[in-house]
Design a protein around this ligand. Sequence first.
Ligand SMILES: [Zn+2]
Ligand SMILES: [Zn+2]
Length: 140
Amino acid sequence: MSRVTSEERKKYSREYYLKNQVRLREYRRQWCLTERGQQTRKEYRDKIRLTVLSHYSQGKLVCNCCGESNYGFLTLDHINSDGWKEKKKEYRRHAGWKSYKTLIDKGFPEGYQVLCYNCNCGRDKTPSKICPHKVVIGNV
Ligand SMILES: [Zn+2]
Ligand SMILES: [Zn+2]
């Protein structure tokens, strides 16, 4: 029977902890790659997106311009286009669900609206930054 000094015991528990930490991290990483993990992550992201879009459309989940109600077409738009331009770089960096998460963290700042992709792109293409839906033809 070998005697274990407290020093050795300390060392052992530290190693055990470190080993476990690595294993846990690896376990989590593996879990994220499983179908179940992917599904959970997707649900989490979808929930965040849904929360933000429904907040900025007053719970209606429709395009603020044309009333498109197909959730798959909806996207978030910065109402003030100039400010948007400045932030575009920053936004691109966090593009995707993380930028939605940021809005939740910031307590839903003013200045955003829900538009469908059509209206969002249409608005971007006119010099006046108004959706073609709202511009009288010939006036663009
Ligand atoms: Zn629209
Ligand atoms: Zn429109």
